[in-house]
Write a protein that binds this ligand. Structure first.
Ligand SMILES: Cc1ncc(COP(=O)(O)O)c(C=O)c1O
Length: 289
């Protein structure tokens, strides 16, 4: 997956090979920063406003002053695609940290560091079509999961466990209540109704989650924001996860148990289709079954 040559360093374009940071950098030493991942379909951003807004919210929550306005960032992100001649499917990674300074827990008086780059990324078509498996693990993260912070160690460990198990995702629970996954939001379908954890501080307020909620209303699919248990998860008719990279991904097996009939369910397929139309994806024939 190619990383394109022009990358943003602050809001200047530089060659990706010339972008370096000192080893005393707050992101490197403390995970003292926030980030975003924005999906690009056919050379166009999907949910760009939502991601830019969330970046600013996360930065504000951890008291990082971004050295640019939302409008300036929007303009530079658009230029990032045009300058790199991006016309296909891709993702853009953005990161802002508290800056480069002598190591000290106390905030330094230095400007924030910011960079962004674009990388080609095909859609996970086979997985979207057939579904994937997941494992269930305790959610051992901090209490401010609505902040998209660089402190991803618990997420990384959970995802690694999933990978070693041959699974796609790790579904997380706190005291038996399912919160979200290592890098996506999670939903169950029971008797035609979609359930997902409410937007509290215990989950990331996913941009795709918010859009899928709208799409469910549009499709007249009942959508309830209420936490469900790990037991309800195992007994669900359908399970799916959402994120900017996973889209609407069916989960057809959890731990060793098959969900429903082991195929992506009807509601999941409907939402996959609605998502593809909403994202202006040329080939939206990729739905479950
Ligand atoms: C922990 C977590 N939850 C949910 C999501 C989904 O967020 P979005 O829909 O904005 O991509 C992500 C995305 O990376 C995530 O890391």
């Amino acid at each position: 997956m190619t990383v394109h040559s022009y990358v943003l360093s602050q809001l200047e374009f530089v060659d990706r090979h010339s972008l370096t940071y000192p080893f005393e950098e707050r992101g490197l030493q403390f995970g003292d920063g926030v980030y975003e991942v924005i999906r690009v379909y056919g050379g166009n951003y999907y949910l760009k406003n939502e991601h830019v807004d969330r970046l600013f919210r996360s930065a504000e929550a951890v008291k990082i002053d971004l050295p640019f306005s939302k409008d300036e960032l929007h303009a530079s992100l658009s230029e990032l695609l045009s300058k790199n001649n991006v016309t296909g499917n891709a993702k853009v990674y953005l990161q802002a940290t508290r800056g480069s300074a002598t190591r000290d827990h106390v905030f330094p008086s230095v400007p924030a560091n910011f960079y962004a780059y674009v990388q080609d990324m095909p859609r996970p078509e086979e997985k979207l079509r057939h579904g994937v498996s997941a494992i269930v693990r305790p959610d051992i993260r901090w209490q401010n999961c609505y902040i998209k912070s660089l402190n991803l160690l618990p997420n990384v460990l959970a995802k690694q466990e999933a990978s070693e198990y041959g699974a796609y995702e790790a579904i997380l629970h706190r005291d038996g209540k399912v919160t979200e996954c290592s890098s996506s939001n999670v939903y169950i379908v029971k008797k035609g109704t979609v359930y997902t954890h409410p937007e509290t501080n215990q989950i990331l307020h996913g941009c795709v989650r918010a859009r899928v909620k709208q799409l469910a209303y549009q499709e007249k699919i009942p959508f309830v924001e209420a936490a469900f248990s790990a037991t309800q998860l195992m007994e669900a008719d359908e399970v799916f996860v959402t994120s900017s990279t996973s889209e609407v991904m069916p989960i057809v097996q959890v731990d060793n148990q098959t969900i429903g009939n082991g195929k992506p369910g009807n509601i999941t397929s409907k939402l996959q289709h609605a998502y593809a139309v909403d994202a202006n994806i040329a080939d939206y024939s990729i739905v479950g079954k």
